[in-house]
Design a protein around this ligand. Structure first.
Ligand code: NDP
Ligand code: CA
Length: 328
């Protein structure tokens, strides 16, 4: 008697190339179990829809429906007892970075801190390096984190970096988010420009004006609409990043109308907060998973019996541009 899962199609954004299998990237704030039950007060979501014993299967089902090569999650508070072991048995290697002072810890019967988690298909990629970052804002340490991993494709030898983050929530914190974004971008510049001994010239790409480095994908819940400064910072950074979900719009330059939609006692919140950024000179977007319609989401919004988080998953297929951009 449950409504069916939300059905979502992939939109092909360019003719499919058969030669190089694209990288499928998934970005998702899965809603921490402790926050969903103890802090969020989603007024139109029945408490029973938040039972972990069932909700975990909806989250896993969503992931396994799309089978991403790289999976970036936020608000993970069941890493050690659920996602790490289950996804390891399905071929994923992973890393977890808890928030230093997770709000989950305030909730009675919590399951530990929430944090960011990064999973990748270990048959396809070899892990070269992982960094856990605690984000700063104006030189001060904050409660937000990021994971940056450098991966090498076992088949093609191509190397790229992937990062996952979850910036500070709530209105009034726009400048703080922007500062966190600036810190993350600086760290990413350092990491992607670093020369790994394993790396040959083929793998370095001229990423922006006068900059070179390895290709980069950054996934996150930025807690920021596209009108915010942190979005502009990412859009115009020397790393040469673009946002994959703009490909869904008619003109190719507009973000989707929402990636999160919920009703709290304070009111309804329908906003675009989540992004998949990619080095635009290194990757092309082949396909993007459509955002469900308002009708599909339903009048009670998210989460619900048929969708386990207040944030939608974002999934895209990226392929390396045919030739790496030569350095000279
Ligand atoms: P954030 O403000 O970034 O938010 C934490 C979580 O709350 C996010 O996952 C966010 O979800 C969710 N959230 C956003 N808006 C609301 C809302 N209106 N109602 C309920 N939940 C919401 O938190 P911080 O990491 O900065 O931590 C702040 C909390 O942590 C404090 O409330 C306190 O309980 C605790 N804490 C933090 C300390 C610190 O050092 N920062 C020290 C001591 C305690 P989403 O991203 O999906 O919007
Ligand atoms: Ca949340």
């Amino acid at each position: 008697n449950r409504p069916p899962r939300l059905h979502r199609d992939f939109v092909m954004t360019r003719p499919c190339s058969l030669q190089n299998a694209p990288l499928r990237i998934m970005q998702w704030n899965i809603l921490a179990q402790a926050l969903g039950e103890g802090k969020d007060s989603f007024v139109r979501c029945p408490m029973e829809a938040l039972n972990w014993s069932e909700r975990k299967y909806l989250i896993l089902e969503e992931i396994l429906t799309y089978r991403p090569d790289v999976l970036c999650l936020q608000e993970v508070d069941h890493y050690f007892d659920t996602f790490q072991p289950v996804l390891a048995s399905l071929g994923y290697q992973s890393s977890f970075c808890p928030k230093p002072c997770s709000p989950c810890l305030d909730v009675h019967n919590n399951n530990g801190p929430d944090g960011c988690a990064l999973f990748f298909n270990r048959r396809r990629f070899q892990l070269l390096h992982t960094t856990h970052l605690r984000l700063s804002a104006m030189m001060l340490k904050t409660n937000q984190v990021a994971i940056v991993a450098t991966l090498r494709c076992r088949l093609t030898g191509r190397v790229f970096c992937v990062a996952v983050t979850h910036l500070k929530a709530r209105s009034g914190w726009e400048a703080f988010r922007s500062a966190q974004g600036a810190h993350l971008l600086q760290q990413l510049r350092d990491i992607t420009a670093r020369s790994y001994p394993e790396m040959d010239q083929e793998n370095r790409t001229r990423v922006g004006d006068g900059e070179e480095g390895i290709p980069l994908v950054v996934c996150g819940d930025f807690n920021a609409e596209p009108s915010e400064e942190v979005y502009r910072r990412f859009m115009t950074s020397p790393l040469g990043l673009d946002s994959a979900y703009k490909c869904l719009s008619e003109d190719g330059t507009t973000e989707p109308p929402y990636t999160s939609w919920k009703i709290r006692p304070s009111g309804e919140s329908c906003s675009t907060l989540d992004y998949i950024w990619y080095s635009e000179r290194a990757f092309q977007v082949d396909a993007v998973l459509r955002i469900p319609s308002e009708e599909q989401i339903g009048p009670d919004r998210l989460p619900s019996y048929n969708y386990p988080s207040d944030h939608l998953s974002l999934v895209c297929d990226l392929s390396f541009s045919q030739q790496p951009h030569r350095l000279m």
